[in-house]
Write a protein that binds this ligand. Structure first.
Ligand code: PEP
Ligand code: MN
Length: 362
C-alpha cells in the first residue's frame, strides 16, 4: 500500500507555522555516527521539530574545531531520511548557501558572528535571491538592534518571505553569570518592530552551561517567544564544540517537558505575558536609574574636590533648597508626591554629602 508522505517543503512549512517551534541538535556535526545517533534519539523523544547541526563553525581562535564541512551535509541528509526531521544549518558565505541548498537543507540560520557584518549578510542574502526557504537570523554579538534589523531587511529585500529571529544573548566584557547576557528588553523591542516575525530563543548560547537552560527557556516563553533552539549531543562532555552547554536528547526532552507553555487559558496567558513584559521594562528602567545615580554621584565627587581646593563648606543651604523646590514643581507635573520627592532627594543628598565629606578629609 502506498502511504501518502509529505514533501520536504510541506513539512518545513508546517513546522514554520507550529507553536512552539522546537529546534534541537548538536552544536556541530562531528561524525556520521554522532549525527545519526543524536538525530535518532531526538526523534524518539517526539518533542523536536527541526534538527540543527553546525557544519561550518565560526570559532574565536584558530586551531579550534572549525566544523566538518560539506561532507557533514550528507550525514544530515541521511539523518533526515531516517528520522523524517527537517534539518537546519548555519550559513555565513555564498558557498555555504550553495552547498546547503544542494543537499536540500530545509531551513538556514545566520549566526551571531555573521549578523555583525553587513558584507557577509548581504553575500548570504544575494545567494538566496529567488530561493524559497525559511531563514532565521541571530542577533549580532553586540547589543545593536539596528544591525539586527538591518540583517532582517537585507534578507527580506531579496524576496525571502519567511524570515525569523533567534535571540542568543549579547557578549559583554568580564565574567557574568551568562555566557551571553540576555538583555531581554532588546528582543522585546525587536518583537515590537517585527510583530509578525517568529522569535526563537537560544538558551544554549545565552547560558553557556546546562543548569540554567530550563529557567532561561521558561523566561523566553513567558515573554511570548515562538520557540526555542537548544543544543543536544549524545555525549555532551566530549562534544568537539560548546561541550559545557549541550545536553543529551533525553535531558532535552525533560527540559521541554518541564516548560510551562502558558497557552491553555488565553486570558491568563496574555496576562502573564503582559506582566513579564512590563517587569522587563521595570528592570530596564531600574537599571538606567542606577546608572544615572552612579553618574550623578561622580559629578558630586568632582564638586567635592572643587570645594576642597577652594576651601568652601560642603553644605550650601540655598543651593539645596533650590534643587528641592524645582523637584517639587517637576514632580507635581509627573504625578510624584511631595513626600516621595522629599525622601528620594534626602537619600541622594545624604549620599552626596557623605562622599564629599570623604573627599574633603582625604
Ligand atoms: C551555534 O548556534 O552553534 C552558534 C555558532 O551560535 P552563535 O552564532 O549564536 O554564536
Ligand atoms: Mn554552539
Amino acid at each position: 500500500m502506498q502511504t501518502q508522505t509529505k514533501s520536504s517543503k510541506e513539512l518545513i512549512q508546517e513546522k514554520w507555522n507550529k507553536r512552539p517551534l522546537i529546534i534541537g541538535g548538536p552544536c556541530s556535526a562531528e561524525t556520521e555516527e554522532q549525527v545519526f545517533e543524536t538525530a535518532t534519539r531526538l526523534a524518539q523523544t517526539g518533542k523536536v521539530d527541526v534538527l540543527r547541526a553546525g557544519i561550518w563553525k565560526p570559532r574565536t581562535k584558530p586551531g579550534m574545531f572549525e566544523g566538518i564541512g560539506t561532507k557533514g551535509l550528507t550525514w544530515l541528509s541521511h539523518a533526515k531520511k531516517i528520522t523524517g526531521l527537517p534539518v537546519t544549518v548555519e550559513v555565513a558565505t555564498a558557498k555555504h548557501v550553495e552547498d546547503a541548498l544542494h543537499f536540500d537543507v530545509d531551513m538556514l540560520w545566520v549566526g551571531a558572528r555573521t549578523t555583525v557584518n553587513p558584507f557577509s549578510v548581504q553575500e548570504v542574502a544575494d545567494a538566496l535571491r529567488g530561493v524559497d526557504i525559511p531563514v532565521l537570523i541571530k542577533n549580532p554579538i553586540n547589543p545593536d538592534l539596528e544591525l539586527w534589523s538591518g540583517g532582517i531587511e537585507r534578507l527580506q529585500k531579496v524576496g525571502l518571505n519567511q524570515v525569523g529571529m533567534i535571540h542568543r544573548g549579547f557578549s559583554s566584557y568580564g565574567n557574568t553569570e551568562f555566557r551571553n547576557a540576555p538583555m531581554w528588553h532588546l528582543p522585546i523591542e525587536m518583537k515590537r518592530r517585527f510583530p509578525d516575525m517568529p522569535l526563537i530563543c537560544d538558551p544554549s548560547h545565552i547560558c553557556g552551561n546546562r543548569h540554567m537552560l530550563q529557567s532561561v527557556a521558561q523566561k523566553s516563553i513567558d515573554l511570548d517567544f515562538d520557540g526555542v533552539m537548544i543544543e543536544s549531543h549524545v555525549d555532551p562532555d566530549n562534544a568537539w564544540s560548546d561541550a559545557k552547554q549541550q545536553v543529551t536528547p533525553e535531558r532535552l526532552a525533560e527540559i521541554l517537558d518541564g516548560l510551562v507553555w502558558r497557552k491553555e487559558n488565553t486570558d491568563a496567558a496574555e496576562f502573564v505575558t503582559a506582566l513579564a513584559k512590563l517587569r522587563e521594562q521595570i528592570n530596564h528602567l531600574d537599571d538606567e536609574l542606577m546608572t544615572i545615580l552612579g553618574q550623578r554621584m561622580k559629578v558630586a565627587d568632582k564638586i567635592g574636590q572643587y570645594k576642597k581646593d577652594n576651601n568652601i563648606t560642603i553644605l550650601q543651604t540655598n543651593r539645596w533648597n533650590e534643587i528641592l523646590e524645582k523637584a517639587f514643581v517637576k514632580g507635581d507635573k509627573l504625578g510624584l508626591s511631595k513626600e516621595f520627592i522629599t525622601r528620594y532627594f534626602d537619600a541622594i543628598h545624604l549620599e552626596s554629602i557623605n562622599r564629599q565629606n570623604k573627599i574633603m578629609n582625604s
